[in-house]
Design a binder for this molecule. Structure first.
Ligand code: SAM
Length: 573
């Protein structure tokens, strides 16, 4: 029986493997247990670990059972108390016997913990923990659906390709009350009928945290799309006009920003009485073939097929900007793979709470059992009271956390990501007719954000081509009004940088940041816009194009394919 030993070893992560829990389990060679079983056991145990820690400590079993490490005790007590099939081991197995000896005591402590948390039934307790809620408001202070801390709202983008805000307010949200403040929505129970029209992004609404519309017809038919507010910034900031002709989404899957772009373009064409689909295209690149399939499905669901051409399995960096097909590309949206450090629920996902070996049942005598162990127990990770568990199990699609590991790993990873991101940005700048670019990440790290922007701005090719930052006062209304701007220290701290004074302030003001965990209800995010002034532009270039026009500056970085891997889609939903 290796399940519990294998699960403990994975949790301990002694070899410091990077990546999400899922990728670490499924990528591990030579496992005896089923990866699915391991994953379920570890994630469920982690979810319950705050409760189980207390149960294990109060029962005093760690003092009595020398075969049990804190990790094994957590995993086994989880299965004993909560798994349908109980402990998954033959009845004479040493671990099963060790935990079963204390079944009555553990069950009693578990019931005490439930009652202390204010739940009169096991089902209610289970629901509470499954909803990702903590037990910090225990001790009888449990307040039902009402939460005390602001949570992340459920952001809904109205898909204006298929419907309108007014129509949805009249139908899908007919029985909802429009609130004056986001706070009153963020603090409301998930089932409450409250909404808030967003103050910055058109056609975006906030619903209470965890509001579940996933089975609603409006969601299933693509009239509404779940998309974090911050994730709506890039397409809105870019706001390509009819004059911008074709638009590239360089890193498109799963397609939140592509479909938003399509909606923005459709709206701008309607306001200018132009026909979007007859002249304009969105070219959506996605180098991962599997993810390109998801992208295509999302585009169809959003009703954007006539506008979007999916370039599935195609690496944007290998595209020749001077090729005839791209001569009318006037705007590019770049939302490359990043560390994902801004994603809500990534670093603050389920935390593993380890029972302390020092905690003993005051009624239990210290163990006199022999110390000899047949099997070397896996090393014990730091208790999560000090350090969060190195993974998040919040989103099936967002499954890499490349920054897990030592600080050297983090530094190296950030360097590799930012050099990939810069390469992508410089490549985008080399499209001959391009006049607008938006660059975004769901990272909170300056290395992936302000530093990439500044490095691009001071790159000779960008300077030669006339690229500059899109200043705050030039931005679309909602972005201009958004209060959180670039980080001053990040701007001034660019290694080897010359950014200070007025110039630095202009760039800092131009950069847009979102912070997670604030009353704004966004994830951590960064976006900046670039523009190029001057003559030319897509229609003129298109007319003049003869298929062999060279890319000015020739910065198409196709050499040395980037080693960067898929880090997960940026939106967390
Ligand atoms: C952060 S996600 C994009 C999320 C997307 N913009 C959205 O809003 O739904 C980055 C995506 O870019 C893809 N990607 C990374 N490098 C690429 C490249 N060089 N060319 C094309 N796609 C790339 C990844 O496979 C991944 O699907």
């Amino acid at each position: 029986m290796s399940l519990y030993y294998e699960a403990a070893a994975i949790l301990a992560n002694a070899d410091n493997t990077g990546g999400s829990l899922k990728s670490r389990i499924y990528g591990k060679k030579g496992l005896k247990s089923s990866p699915a079983h391991l994953y379920a056991l570890i994630s469920e145990t982690t979810k319950w670990s705050a409760v189980l820690k207390e149960v294990v400590e109060k029962s005093g079993i760690l003092k009595e059972e020398r075969k049990l490490t804190p990790l094994l005790a957590l995993l086994l007590s989880h299965d004993l108390l909560l798994a349908k099939g109980g402990v998954a081991a033959p009845k004479d197995h040493v671990l099963k016997q060790a935990i079963l000896r204390h079944k009555a005591r553990l069950s009693a402590e578990f019931t005490k913990a439930r009652l202390k948390a204010g739940f009169h039934t096991a089902e209610a307790f289970r629901e509470h923990i499954n909803a990702g809620s903590s037990i910090s408001n225990a001790s009888g202070e449990h307040d039902g659906d009402q939460t005390t801390e602001p949570e992340h709202p459920r952001w809904i983008r109205i898909n204006t390709i298929k419907t309108t805000l007014e129509t949805e307010l009249r139908t899908t949200f007919a029985d909802y009350q429009q609130m004056d403040s986001l706070a009153s929505v963020m603090r409301a129970p998930s089932t409450s009928r409250r909404l808030r029209l967003d103050a910055h992004i058109p056609d975006l609404i906030a619903l209470p945290p965890r509001a579940d519309l996933s089975k609603h017809r409006a969601y299933l038919n693509g009239n509404i799309i779940f998309q974090d507010k911050a994730s709506c910034f890039p397409a809105y900031l870019l706001s390509p006009s009819v004059d911008d002709c074709d638009v590239i989404d360089a890193c498109a899957a799963p397609g939140n920003k592509t479909t938003h772009l399509a909606a923005v373009i459709t709206a701008s064409a309607a306001s200018q009485e132009a026909q979007p689909s007859s002249h304009r295209r969105i070219l959506a690149f996605e180098r991962d073939k599997r993810r390109a399939i998801t992208l295509a499905k999302m585009i169809t669901l959003a009703g954007a097929d006539s506008l979007v051409t999916v370039k599935g399995g195609k690496d944007f960096l290998t595209v020749d900007p001077s090729a005839h097909d791209y001569c009318s590309v006037g705007a590019l949206l770049l939302d490359p793979s990043c560390s994902g450090s801004g994603i809500v629920g990534r670093d603050d996902g389920p935390t593993l709470h380890l029972p302390s070996t020092a905690a003993a049942n005051p009624c239990t005598a210290p163990s006199s059992r022999p110390k000899k162990r047949k099997r070397k127990a896996p090393p014990v990770p730091k208790a999560a009271d000090e350090t969060p568990a190195p993974f998040s199990t919040t989103d099936a699609e967002v499954e890499e956390n490349p920054l897990f590991g030592s600080s050297e790993n983090t530094k190296a990873r950030l360097e590799s990501l930012s050099s990939f991101q810069l390469k992508l940005l410089k490549h985008a700048m080399s499209f001959p007719a391009a006049r607008k670019i938006s660059y975004s990440t769901c990272s909170i790290h300056a290395e992936e954000n302000e530093h990439v922007v500044l490095s691009a701005l001071q790159h000779s090719a960008a300077v030669g081509l006339g690229w500059r930052i899109l200043r705050r006062e030039e931005q679309v209304d909602g972005m201009r009004r958004w209060p959180v701007r670039g980080d001053v220290q990040a701007v001034e701290a660019l290694p080897g940088g010359k950014w200070s004074g007025e110039l630095a302030e202009t760039v800092r003001e131009a950069c847009i940041r979102c912070e997670k965990g604030t009353g704004e209800g966004t994830m951590g995010f960064f976006v900046a816009g670039f523009v190029r002034d001057g003559e030319g532009g897509p229609p003129a270039v298109r007319e003049a194009a003869n298929g062999d026009q060279g890319a000015a500056g020739g910065t198409s970085n196709v050499e040395g394919e980037d080693e960067e891997e898929w880090e997960g889609f940026s939106d967390g939903g």
